[in-house]
Design a protein around this ligand. Sequence first.
Ligand code: DGL
Length: 260
Amino acid sequence: MIGIVDSSIGGLTIAREAEQLLPEHSLLYLGDIARLPYDRQDPATIVKYSIENTQFLVDNGAKIIIIGCNSTASIATETIRQTFDIPVFEIIHPTVQKAVKVSHHERIGIIGTRATISSNIYSNAVKNSRPECKVFQKACPLLVPLVDEGWIAKKETKMILKKYLYGLKNQQPDTLILACTHYPMLKQLIQSRIGKKVTLIDSSIEVVKHVKRYLKNAPELLPAENFSQVKHRYVVTGLTETTEYVASQILKRPIQLQLA
Ligand code: DGL
């Protein structure tokens, strides 16, 4: 069983990809909605919450962990790896590998939460793997609450995106990393605002492809169950009026969230 640890519901974009690309694996997802947004927490608190949440997944049978939130992955990956003796996957490095591979003009934009952008983890990883790349970053803290509220196609969301992407667009990136698992829900708006020639790199897709490659060489982690026994559980620490609606928009099917 694959555990996905998340701060709210953005990590469901990873679950959606995992349901498609790893259909033989059961998923256990935990979204820590009661304590969001992690973006506003100090790093020690993000680490503490992440350990508690990962413990829940491990206690309930997860054999590998995907960190479904870039803010968490930026800050807590090493501690999670040191605490749990199972494979732990983060989103950042597979995403950067893809971005540096597809960038033609070595101009890479990165958008994410304040926690992710101020950690500089993406820009450092880009520089390490392709030092000649120019990197342009922009924190977009209002986008997560807009997605959590289901304001995906509202004109206010378009206006905010326009403001966030204005300076970045002027830098003429050829590739833009969506360094937040909420942003795939805004992909079309982001693409039309930044320009259709810019290649968007979706961190949620890249991490699942990476896990799939890893699992090919890890037969001990292949599920013993057959397809009819595959079960997905979506658990949250809190529910708002909109959570289940937005979750079903992300997963593109009706979903019942369970309270932890
Ligand atoms: N979806 C999370 C991410 O990828 C952001 C949510 C949060 O910061 O609470 O960074």
